[in-house]
Design a protein around this ligand. Structure first.
Ligand code: ZN
Length: 161
């Protein structure tokens, strides 16, 4: 079977930060990743590289930030009043929060705290990074009607609902 739209694909992978050489994530010793191809479940650069591959194929691909987690943007750094953290006992740099916005939930990291304000950064932790993927295609199957309707995989490696 060949990877195309509406296929459920399971891959083994290792992803490395090109600049530092640091391994960011790997399925080695753990569960492989399963995703629905063509449903934007994974970053665009990796999805494009997987198109047309077959079971057992192994390949490497380097993905630029714009096809991964986006460029780092200073506009995603904001200063907010302490009142925005009502109910949090002590706001410290490094804490992660999820903010509800009109565009849906956004993950924020606190980067700086002073008396007047808290600085939060909404950039993805991997934004601005080129990522090198080493991939082996483990299995490919057709997606079910339900999976296509939901836009994600069910069962093993997927949503349990
Ligand atoms: Zn579902």
């Amino acid at each position: 079977m060949t990877i195309a739209q509406q296929k459920v694909v399971t891959i083994h992978y290792k992803v490395t930060d090109v600049a530092s050489g640091e391994v960011i994530d790997s399925s080695e010793g753990g569960a492989p990743m399963t995703y629905l191809h063509g449903a934007q479940n994974i970053i665009p650069g990796l999805e494009a590289a997987l198109e047309g591959k077959q079971t057992g194929d192994e390949f490497e691909v380097t993905v630029a930030p714009e096809d991964a987690y986006g460029e780092y943007s200073d506009e995603r750094i904001q200063k907010v009043p302490h009142a925005a953290f009502e109910g949090v006992e002590s706001v410290e740099p490094g804490m992660a929060f999820t903010a509800q916005t009109e565009h849906g939930p956004v993950n924020l990291i606190v980067t700086e705290v002073d008396e007047a304000e808290v600085t939060v950064d909404a950039n993805h932790p991997l934004s601005g990074k080129s990522l090198a993927f080493s991939v082996k295609v483990d299995s490919i199957r057709d997606a079910s009607e339900e999976e296509l309707a939901h836009g994600h995989v069910h069962g093993e490696g997927g949503h349990q609902h």
